[in-house]
Design a protein around this ligand. Structure first.
Ligand code: NDP
Length: 285
């Protein structure tokens, strides 16, 4: 029987309405709109498109948005100086460093320069460490969105065997930590995993963030499993596909996220949620 679709577009609408309500409440408490600053270095077209989308979203939901655009050849000191300045501004609630940075810049030290309380992307090692310890943390948007898709579709995680394919700091690792927090038993797979299929076939939950179109086939999936595909791969014809061979896996899984329309639309809504969390926490501090 074909799988149930885990519909990211519908969930994104729901999350957006919740964020809007939270932003109205927060605006009253702060006596100003919550604010997000994106720091972008250079004019990479994909980054510019993404930042524009974020800016539009913020405007539409009542968040003050500011872009700090640094030239492509900006030295590391200028980037750090900008972040340090933003950290100190009381009316800046969230800061996002647009990645990737140009090759001459060191992303690790830029992230370390962020005030972790304003790190709405959840990339600062303090947030990653808190998450790893099972403590409240600002969690990267993409895996946080994956968890919302699972939870709000009533997928049971407690006691289930789960696998995450991918171990990046922004998707795979935090997703694994979140699944552990939800009482799943989790295996992290990566490019050196031997016989990926034999690991995945043991699992009722499979989350994939590898950036390899068609990596996951029906033969690797346990019948009745839930499959979350974070993969975002642009084909030669411009179409978007995930890491999962959707047509065949949808025949065997119980539930699956489509690409597009699955994890992608939820991600930006989680950014708003993180901004609300960050601003609320600073209000209480
Ligand atoms: P990275 O390239 O940082 O990480 C990819 C991970 O996949 C690595 O851990 C790598 O292993 C693993 N991997 C690669 N090939 C294989 C393989 N053949 N078998 C098993 N594991 C493999 O990517 P990201 O985590 O940043 O992104 C992953 C995907 O998610 C991309 O398609 C990206 O576009 C997408 N993405 C989607 C978002 C969304 O909102 N839906 C947001 C962010 C990313 P190793 O560590 O050994 O190299």
């Amino acid at each position: 029987m074909p799988a149930t679709m885990l519909d990211g577009r519908a969930l994104a609408q729901e999350l957006r309405q919740e964020a809007e309500a939270a932003i109205v409440e927060l605006t009253a408490k702060l006596t100003r709109a919550p604010s997000l600053v994106v720091v972008q270095v250079g004019d990479d077209p994909a980054s510019t498109r993404y930042v524009r989308t974020i800016g539009r979203l913020c405007k539409n939901v009542g968040v003050t948005f500011q872009l700090e655009l640094l030239p492509n050849d900006a030295p590391q000191a200028d980037l750090i100086g900008t972040l340090t300045h933003l950290n100190q501004q009381p009316d800046v609630d969230g800061i996002l460093i647009q990645m990737p940075l140009p090759g001459h810049l060191d992303a690790t030290s830029a992230i370390l320069a962020l005030d972790h309380r304003k790190d709405v992307d959840g990339v600062h090692p303090i947030n990653a460490g808190l998450l790893a310890q099972g403590q409240p943390a600002i969690v990267p948007n993409t895996p946080a969105g994956g968890m919302e898709l699972l939870r709000r579709n009533g997928i049971t995680l407690r006691g289930k065997r789960a696998a995450v394919v991918g171990r990046s700091a922004i998707v795979g690792r935090p997703m694994a930590q979140l699944l552990v927090q939800a009482d799943a038993t989790v295996t992290i797979c990566h490019s050196r995993t031997n016989d990926l299929g034999s690991v995945l076939r043991e699992c009722e939950i499979v989350c994939v963030a590898a950036g390899r179109p068609g990596l996951i086939t029906a033969a690797m999936i346990k019948p009745g499993a839930t499959v979350v595909d974070f993969g975002t791969n642009v084909c030669d014809d411009g179409s978007l596909v995930g890491d999962v061979d959707f047509a065949s896996v949808a025949e065997i899984a119980a539930a699956i996220t489509p690409v597009p329309g699955g994890t992608g639309p939820v991600t930006n809504m989680m950014l708003l949620k993180n901004l609300v969390t960050a601003a609320s926490a600073r209000l209480k501090a």
